[in-house]
Design a protein around this ligand. Sequence first.
Ligand SMILES: [Mg+2]
Length: 331
Amino acid sequence: MKKPEILVVDDRAENLLAMQRVLNDLDAEIHTASSGNEALAMVLDHDFALILLDVQMPDMDGFETAEMVRLYDKTAHIPIIFVTAISKERKHIFKGYASGAVDYIFKPVDREILLSKVKVFLTLYRQRQELQQLVQNLQHSQELIAKQNATLTLLALHDELTGLYNRRHLNTILAQEFYRSKRYGTDLAILMLDLDHFKNVNDTYGHAFGDFVLKEFAHRMKKISRPTDLIFRFGGEEFLILLPQTDIEGGVKAGEQIRKICATEMYEEGPVSISVTTSIGAAAFHNDKPEEPDQLIEMADKALYQAKDAGRNRVLAYTHLMEDQGQPKGV
Ligand SMILES: [Mg+2]
């Protein structure tokens, strides 16, 4: 903490010198002014812990100077000790207090009295500074905690590698969207996506390149999806998209767009340039009539595995799958 500053105001140089000599024993920085005007200019530039103010001065006397100091919000709180040679008559003392003075010292100044009075104010000043520092630290800590909480929330909901929502968040969101559809009759499509032969990518080009493919795939899905679509990393190379207010046809169409981009755009990094296709299973609330949120995932998952079995790089809807197998819809 910086040293407290004290301002000594007196129109006579020898008085200033004498006061300075006494105050130099304190752990404080002493400033001097030889008139009320000079003092006013200085209080605006410094954060004084205390002003020792001569009462008898030409032009602006000590009382007038004190009144001016009290006028500004920035300086109104500064304690003032009037230093006066005039008699200890009550009227003078009261005049001092009326202008906001907090203490009085009589000339000739007694060294011990001056030091003990000044020390009291320096202690108060230091305590106030410490308190301000504590308040500042507290505010800083609170900001830090808020930032950390925001980061934690982000980490809790997102997959670290791809930046997509994670599976934990899917549980919350799927239930929300599912019951919204159930209550308001809106549709909800779901896509389960799996990158084809992804194990080969990792085995052949290494996990760093595999991670690059996953990130890039996530990026491509985000780029072509609508702002209302919710994209999750479901597992290693498995992804899931929820499309609110979208029927099975809309879902399959969105899946087909992703499949096409995946099949045509290469993944390029360094010397490696490969294409990775994706298989997609689709299901939708109205079409497939799941009873529970998890059932919707199971339906899309079944469609995905059928798409894999049928040769990969394709989109299959759960309903069509069931019809193909001669089973009733939505079972
Ligand atoms: Mg004087």
